[in-house]
Design a protein around this ligand. Structure first.
Ligand code: FAD
Ligand code: NAD
Length: 402
């Protein structure tokens, strides 16, 4: 019998964990697995706020896919997915077409701009290794430009749109980084402004207990972050942002962290989507196409209370494990195992040595929470690459030069 063909799209949290788990479970002759990703490395999105601000090297946020997979069991294709054709069981890549018996979609998310004029053109977002290299360079460029040219104060104004987890984690790092840049470029720190604009009345997601939100905002304010709360960004221009209250903030740097939506390829392929994400069945399969498994930010998994779980790395990893097992059961004709999300908690970094979060139901903050955040990062590296990867990315990691 010809081996079944499994194609995994995306080597983010959901995709790479599916591939790594699958290679442990399968015999090479029973299934041909192809993993497609647009880069030849896996990156840890959860780490990107640091290289974006320049407080860590971007190399510590990525690892070569060849180091993670067994190439005798998983065939890796570095290419960009252009189209998914679920009716024909085909995937069109930039340079070839793949056919599949079973497909796993783990293509992650895209920046949600809510149609706000000028955002796409003038704001930067933290969503890939290349985007954070660009942001880091841009921040430094603004300091250099301020020194060299006519000393416009707005070159030293950094606006961050959205104070959810991404915005908050980035702002915490940026506030740690700016004093270093002030020293390097001999700039008076009093001239530098970080303004975090948030449409809701508080920073951090609404699900976090009020006292942790207060704590987090107090830490940020002590670092010099200014908040504009209950204020939405209405438009973005090359030289600043227009707010809902009519104020225009001139700024040389605008970072947009106002939310994400699922990869647009799913909607283009004809899947029923809500904000680009596909609601999946108990086994993480599309209701329309049961031979398509969908993981991570592309999927919507409902809680027993009927609410969608938030898209995050924790659920994507667990979905990857479940999908690998259910692929194996599908191939061997065994009953599938329903996905049950085991929520372990959430911890958000607030910059060096500070974090807030919830572990199951226990609140954590400060240095202890920051330590837990490191443990979570280490645990993930261990899961995908064992102790050598933890060692390389967290202990003997690549140093930043300035
Ligand atoms: P991703 O990890 O985004 O992977 C998608 C993969 O698909 C990528 O490798 C990408 O290159 C590839 N890809 C995309 N399009 C194509 C294409 N057309 N062709 C080929 N390949 C393609 N969650 C947490 O739980 N904890 C955190 O601390 C946390 N921190 C975060 C910090 C930041 C700055 C951000 C932006 C997000 C954070 N999240 C965190 C959310 C978390 O990163 C996402 O929920 C998670 O990455 C989703 O995993 P995924 O597998 O769906 O997609
Ligand atoms: P988000 O949707 O959680 O937050 C976006 C924020 O932007 C919201 O607070 C929203 O009110 C605000 N906003 C939207 N439009 C605005 C406007 N026009 N002007 C001003 N503010 C506006 O998005 P995110 O923070 O990027 O997070 C995406 C996902 O990744 C979430 O599921 C999150 O839980 C996850 N994440 C988790 C962590 C962590 O666990 N440490 C870190 C980062 C991201």
């Amino acid at each position: 019998m010809k081996p079944a063909k499994v194609v995994i799209l995306g080597a983010g949290y959901g995709g790479i964990v599916t591939a790594i788990r699958l290679q442990k479970l399968i015999r090479a002759e029973e299934v041909k697995v192809t993993l497609v990703n647009k880069h030849d490395y896996h990156y840890m999105t959860t780490h990107l706020h640091m290289p974006a601000a320049g407080t860590d090297h971007h190399e510590n946020a990525r690892v070569a896919i060849s180091e993670l997979i067994n190439e005798r069991k998983i065939h890796f294709v570095k290419s960009t997915v252009q189209q998914i054709l679920p009716e024909e069981k085909k995937v069109i890549l930039a340079d070839e077409t793949l056919t599949y018996d079973y497909l796993v979609v783990g293509l992650g998310s895209e920046t949600e701009t809510f149609g706000i004029p000028g955002l796409r053109e003038h704001a930067m977002s933290i969503n890939s290794i290349n985007s954070v290299r660009f942001i880091r360079q841009h921040i430094e460029y603004m300091f250099a430009k301020y020194k060299l040219t006519s000393k416009h104060k707005e070159y030293l104004t950094f606006v961050v749109g959205g104070a959810g987890f991404t915005g908050t984690e980035f702002v915490g790092e940026l506030a740690d980084r700016l004093p270093v840049l002030c020293r390097t470029y001999d700039v008076d720190p009093a001239l530098v402004q970080i303004i975090n604009v948030e449409a809701s009345p508080t920073a951090l997601p609404p699900g976090l207990p009020h006292d942790l939100v207060e704590y987090g905002m107090e830490v940020m304010r002590r670092k010099g972050v200014q908040y504009k709360l209950s204020t939405a960004i209405k438009a973005c221009e090359s030289d600043g942002v227009l707010l809902g209250d009519g104020q225009f903030i001139p700024a040389g740097t605008i970072i947009w962290s106002g939310g994400v939506r699922g990869n647009s390829l799913l909607q283009q392929a004809g899947f029923d989507v809500q904000r680009g994400r596909v609601r999946v069945d108990d086994y993480l399969r599309s209701f329309q196409y049961p031979d398509v498994f969908i993981t991570g930010d592309c999927s919507i998994v409902m809680s027993p209370e009927g609410m969608p779980y938030p898209a995050n790395a924790q659920i994507a990893v667990q979905q990857g494990c479940n999908t690998a097992r259910n692929l194996l059961y599908t191939l061997r004709g065994k009953p599938l195992r329903p996905f049950a999300y085991d929520y372990k908690g959430t911890v958000a970094s607030l910059g060096r040595g500070e974090a807030v979060g919830i572990l199951k139901v226990k609140k954590v903050k400060g240095k202890f929470a920051a330590l837990i955040k490191k443990v979570i990062d280490a645990r993930y590296l261990f899961l995908i690459g064992g102790i050598p990867l933890v060692w390389r990315k967290m202990i003997f990691k690549q140093k930043i030069t300035t």
